[in-house]
Design a protein around this ligand. Structure first.
Ligand SMILES: Cc1ncc(COP(=O)(O)O)c(C=O)c1O
Length: 372
């Protein structure tokens, strides 16, 4: 950045109250941090095998079942390592032999690659589309269908619908869970990490599992297929039922996720959170559409994410805008690094205040004016 650019100082009255617009880790609410601080002496530094921590695991699991309005025979399971580890675990414990993957960005492609490289699985069917779009699944002779609810790298939201009556549907909901509604009839395993819409920290995976997914997990776990214990979903399931993880978790992550889930449930549930995200993302998409230098990257309005808004720039350098924002305390607005576009990526998860989103747009306008 040139000296003029670095010296652009946003007027205090224009700034959002909170400058965190990252797509994950994302803004953590101060109320949740304060609650953790209050509880800390009796919680942090205590055994995850004892009641105090188990009660919070139970609070999180029950809270998620209410949030998603899961049928009574579904279960929430959890383990360490975030979504990336869950992909490895799913390659051992959920995919029987052949899977189909929708690949339309960095994260959906990564799971497909895990499966392609797994020596115990057959070659997966991979259906790809250009970044900024979403392909459709096709009914096929596979035992598992895999897709991503919200492709965080591009800001595309995929519809969730069972492609066939046979085969499990596994949905990576890492940036969608807690912000976008979904129908358990269309899914068997809805898995995610809590550092995005659930406004917690990373390092944990959670999965809402249907009876069919639970049956598959228990069957593969007790079959001849070898699985490392840390990736064995049967072991994770047995531990989850005891309100614990197989190995030591981050207690702060569990607590903050439970706080967000309770906050959403007490505010009106998943539909409330979804409306709030639609309000915030609507502000950004309307603003981008109205500006000559910007436009939403995702052209199909139905596929535009309500939580990760990608905005292409023309005639203005988006990296410079992000850098000026960052210098003024508004952070993590940069485009996904590997996408390589002249773009901003702005998160509008439930914890982000729609008024702050208005302020963010005003700040970008101010910067673009100052640069011209
Ligand atoms: C859609 C999606 N899947 C998977 C991941 C990886 O999650 P983790 O870092 O918890 O492994 C991310 C992280 O950004 C994501 O957005």
């Amino acid at each position: 950045m040139s000296a003029t650019e670095t010296s652009i100082s946003l007027p205090a009255g224009l700034l959002p109250k909170d400058g965190r617009f990252g797509s994950g880790p994302s803004k953590v609410r101060q109320d949740a941090i304060s609650a953790l601080f209050e509880l800390a002496p009796n919680y942090l530094g205590t055994s995850h095998r004892q009641k105090t921590v188990r009660d919070h695991v139970s609070r999180l699991r029950n809270g998620l079942s209410s949030l998603f309005q899961l049928p009574a025979d579904w279960e929430i399971i959890l383990g360490n390592g975030g979504t990336t580890l869950f992909w490895d675990a799913a390659s051992f414990g959920l995919i029987e032999s052949v899977s189909q993957h929708l690949a339309f960005g960095e994260f959906s492609s990564k799971f497909a690659t895990v499966v392609q490289k797994a020596p115990h699985l057959g070659d997966p069917e991979i259906i790809s589309s250009e970044p900024g779009t979403c392909p459709s699944a096709v009914s096929s002779n596979v035992d598992t269908y895999a897709l991503t609810h919200n492709e965080t790298s591009t800001g595309v939201m995929a519809p969730l619908a069972r492609p066939s009556n046979d085969g499990l549907v596994l949905v990576d909901a890492t940036s969608a869970a807690g912000a976008i509604s979904w129908d358990p009839n269309e899914v068997d395993c809805y898995y995610f990490a809590p550092q995005k819409a659930l406004a917690s920290d990373g390092g944990l995976w959670l999965a809402a599992c249907s009876p069919s997914a639970l049956e598959r997990i228990e069957r593969l776990s007790s079959a001849d297929r070898w699985s490392p214990a840390g990736l064995d979903l049967g072991i994770a399931l047995a531990n989850s039922r005891q309100q614990q993880t197989y190995n030591t978790p981050s207690l702060a992550t569990i607590f903050l996720a439970a706080e967000t889930v309770d906050w959403i449930n007490n505010s009106g549930g998943l539909l409330w959170a979804e409306q709030r995200c639609l309000q915030s993302s609507g502000i950004i998409y309307r603003w981008a559409t109205d500006r000559s230098f910007a436009q939403p990257f995702v052209l199909d309005a139905d596929q535009r994410s309500p939580v990760v808004c990608t905005v292409d720039f023309e005639g203005v350098d988006a990296d410079t805008v992000s850098a000026v924002l960052r210098a003024n305390g508004i952070i993590d607005t940069e485009s996904y690094r590997k996408l390589g576009r002249n773009q901003l990526r702005l998160a509008t998860f439930p914890s982000v205040d729609p008024e702050d989103v208005e302020a963010l747009c005003a700040c970008i306008d101010y910067i673009v004016d100052a640069l011209n």
